[in-house]
Design a protein around this ligand. Structure first.
Ligand code: NAD
Length: 502
């Protein structure tokens, strides 16, 4: 027992406690924190939702969720764990139902001596977020002797205006540093590895700027189509589903300067500074020059086009693919494009970052061959990997260059040891560490940037490029890079490699 970590004391309340996310991710994550000893005796978990349910029924629901979704458990462990769970029926829209919840939170605070520490997790539809936050304050659920933290599921608004409105509502009850906006990509092991690779190695730390980097590429590609989620997807498209949130959050880690320290405050400051220099495109010309939107069509006759999917209108203009070029108007990134792309029904399911370095000016002599661009690749999904493409000498009689690849893959042991993003995010919130959460300034800038693109697309002022499913998107996506003498490092098999040096 000696190597157990110091235990965390709190009452954690889940709104939406009977929902899909709670069952699949949240309860198994809290269970893992319990198994690791972060939660021991002084904690209580409350589940709330509209329906009536006994504590016993709720405990059974949590037990099922752990048995279905946790990796490693014993009956005994689960039973001890779920003895800390309580349920209360609660309609978040009914102000009167906050009083009994308050009584329960206070009661459990006493019973488990949790020092007045409270986390409220809103795993409900986003339209309820503002109302819950305000009611927690007005109905006296916030503790005066411990901490109060609010975890907010996505999406955070659907435009800058709605995000700002939500932020205002949340700020009526909480300070910004008590808000933990979830973007589960920030909880991924390999996304967190960006900081380690960048700042932990002087040869990247010192070269992470326009003097050495030619371009940076971020790809979040899926092979699946809409899979019955057309209701939602047709209103969002790739731009709102993947770019506005996850892709932009990854960009934050890549574009930021080195923070003054590794504290969440300094990390946020450094990211915000980068976001404040993001060039916002205005009007159809700037948007069309820098962004490509696409929609898939079936490659074979048996495959559906996007506009033939159930629930999608034949004349839909929704983007199932986006590629774009971001520019940061600051000294560090002078002239360095950040290319992003995401889409459905693409050739490969992956989340990856490719950092393309410039070749050196050194002349190896006329016959040595051209130097290629060194490339650092960080693969986030579906498996963690770091690759480095370098120039080296070929084994030939005359001095000749060739590309070599260094490759590191996450081990099976690492995979087993890596906490789920939700586990990490809940743990970070318990520790008051906001490093891996979306900051309001970043979210606001991202929306301001995306809103301008949405405006052009909503008015249909930009071409909608069709692409065949199973490719890496429309040719216009490749051409976006070719205009700058660049090429995607990850090519689809529908195109030849454009630049022999890559
Ligand atoms: P869900 O529909 O499965 O669950 C919603 C929960 O809210 C249920 O417990 C329901 O009883 C409760 N609820 C509904 N109306 C209520 C009311 N008036 N008062 C009190 N409780 C009420 O939804 P979900 O899939 O669990 O998603 C929850 C949140 O997480 C959403 O914001 C969603 O966008 C987000 N999210 C979900 C996933 C996922 O994988 N499911 C992934 C990312 C984000």
């Amino acid at each position: 027992m000696t190597d157990l970590p110091e235990e965390l004391k709190l009452v954690l309340t889940f709104f939406g406690g009977t929902g899909d996310l709670a069952k699949r991710k949240l309860y198994p994550s809290v269970f893992n924190l319990y198994k690791k000893g972060y939660l021991q005796e002084h904690f209580a978990i409350i589940g709330t939702a509209r329906q009536e349910m006994s504590d016993k029924e709720f405990k059974d629901l949590v037990k099922d969720s752990i048995e279905d979704f946790a990796n490693d458990f014993s009956e005994q462990e689960i039973d001890k764990f779920i003895s800390h769970f309580y349920y209360i029926a609660h309609d978040v829209t009914n102000i009167d139902s906050y009083e009994p919840l308050k009584a329960l939170v206070e009661d459990l605070d006493q019973k488990y001596t949790t020092d007045g520490n409270r986390i409220f997790y809103m795993s409900v539809a986003p339209r309820f977020f503002g109302m819950i936050a305000k009611s927690l304050k007005s109905e006296g659920l916030l503790s005066t002797n411990g901490y109060n933290r609010l975890m907010i599921e996505k999406p955070f608004g659907t435009s800058f205006q709605t995000a700002q409105q939500l932020q205002n509502e949340l700020e009526e009850a909480f300070n910004d540093d008590q808000l933990y906006r979830i973007d589960h990509y920030l909880g991924k092991e390999m996304v967190q590895n960006i900081a380690a690779i960048r700042f932990g190695n002087p040869f990247f730390d010192n070269t992470w700027n326009h003097n050495y980097i030619k371009n940076i590429q971020v790809t979040l590609s899926e092979t699946l189509g809409v899979e019955g989620r057309a209701d939602y997807y047709d209103t969002a498209g790739a731009l709102l589903d993947m770019i506005q949130n996850h892709t932009m959050q990854i960009i934050g880690w890549l574009a930021m300067e080195k923070p003054d320290s590794f504290s969440d405050v300094d990390i946020r400051n450094a990211k915000n500074k980068a976001f404040s220099s993001l060039r916002i495109y205005k009007g159809k010309d700037e948007v069309s020059q820098n962004f490509v939107r696409g929609q898939y069509v079936g490659r074979k006759s048996a495959e559906l086009n996007y506009n033939q999917e159930a629930g999608v209108a034949e004349n839909t203009q929704t983007n199932t693919f986006i590629a774009g070029k971001l520019e940061f108007n600051n000294e560090t990134w002078k002239g360095v494009p950040f290319y992003i792309r995401s889409g459905k029904k693409l050739a490969e399911k992956t989340t990856r970052i490719d950092v393309v370095f410039k070749p050196t000016a050194f002349n190896f002599g006329g016959n040595a061959g051209l130097q290629g661009y060194p490339v650092l690749t960080i693969i986030v999904d579906p498996y963690g990997s770091i690759k480095l493409q370098l120039n080296a000498k070929a084994v030939t009689d005359n001095f000749f260059l060739r590309k070599i690849n260094l490759d590191w893959n996450v081990s099976e042991q690492d995979k087993t040891d890596s906490p789920e993003p939700y586990e990490r995010m809940i743990h970070d919130t318990m520790n008051g560490d906001g490093s891996n959460f979306a900051d309001w300034n970043g979210v606001a800038t991202s929306w301001k940037f995306i809103d301008e693109i949405v405006k052009v697309y909503d008015e249909n002022q930009a071409p909608l490029e069709l692409y065949k499913s199973g490719t890496m998107g429309p040719d216009a996506s490749d051409e976006l890079l070719e205009k700058n003498g660049d090429a995607w490092v990850l090519q689809g098999n529908h195109r030849k490699t454009i630049d022999a040096n890559l």
